[in-house]
Design a protein. Structure first.
Length: 285
């Protein structure tokens, strides 16, 4: 798995040992300041229906209608429909990683686990497609994701308790996070309805299907900054979670120098392999 960001921030997270959680509200508000295609303004959509859809008046478990108890954040369209979100879902602490389906790719290209075959990918077009400045950007590469997960399970409960900008509702320290891959099946041009809060955070539109994004959320915990009342304060909702062992399972790769990633020395079932980054000035690294 990997994260992209400014070299300054990525190196700081690596050296100081922490992962910074944001939330979908940050990304939605950021998308509204950017040209189309730079960010996804449809994050967190659970319904695309007429604004007077009677289901908004459904009575929930707490005895109040849906549009009261869940605090809806709706984007109204000229055709009389709305894209509906739960405010609380958009305020759930979330961190995202890109991932590479190495085993799936190895099978697709007929790689055999005999140690002599390899996969490689040119990173330059990938970095260019993400519209980032390679001279100022780096990748935080998580070589062993399960070790990151272990760090987070230990550290999230304490980070949540210490943070004064979070609202905790039935937070479970014994099961502090959920990790899922995003599915690219959200067709916002048609009706979409999901009454399970936070499920919508793992749905995106099909045009993003090549990302293979993994997300980690902290359920039953919400940032206090309301995106409806403070629409210009994107990125203010942040939670730093310590990951004290990050140098044992991660590395920082500067986008300006790295030109290729190589996977080789596969074992028999393709579950283990060597990962190598090749640099412009060090072609054999």
């Amino acid at each position: 798995m990997l994260r992209l960001g400014s070299t300054e921030e990525i190196e700081k997270q690596f050296e100081e040992g922490y992962i910074r959680f944001g939330c979908p509200a940050n990304w939605i508000l950021y998308a509204r300041t950017q040209p189309p295609g730079v960010a996804d303004r449809f994050e967190g959509i659970f319904a695309h229906v007429k604004k007077d859809d009677p289901r908004f008046g459904m009575i929930c478990d707490d005895g109040y209608p849906l549009n009261y108890s869940r605090s809806l954040w709706n984007d109204e369209e000229p055709d009389g429909t709305v894209y509906a979100r739960y405010v609380y879902s958009t305020l759930v602490p979330t961190v995202c990683f890109y991932s590479i389906a190495v085993k799936k790719a190895a099978k697709y290209f007929g790689i055999k686990g005999n140690g002599s075959m390899y996969l490689s990918a040119d990173l330059k077009p990938y970095i260019k497609a993400l519209n980032i400045d390679p001279e100022k950007s780096s990748m935080l590469v998580i070589r062993f994701p399960w070790m990151l997960a272990d760090d987070l399970r230990r550290e999230i409960p304490q980070a949540v308790v210490k943070n004064g900008f979070l609202y905790k509702k039935d937070f479970d320290p014994g099961n502090p996070m959920a990790i899922k891959y995003v599915t690219y099946d959200l067709d916002v041009k048609k009706q979409f309805w999901d009454l399970h809060p936070c499920n919508e955070l793992f749905h995106k539109r099909p045009e993003f299907k090549n990302q293979r994004e993994a997300r980690i959320i902290i359920p039953n915990t919400f940032f206090m900054m309301d995106p409806v009342k403070k629409p210009d304060w994107f990125f203010i909702n942040q939670l730093k979670v310590p990951v004290p062992n990050i140098k044992n399972y991660a590395l920082v790769v500067p986008c300006s120098r790295c030109n290729q990633v190589v996977f080789d020395q596969f074992n028999e079932d393709l579950s283990r392999y060597r990962l190598t980054f090749r640099y412009d000035d060090q072609p054999n690294q």
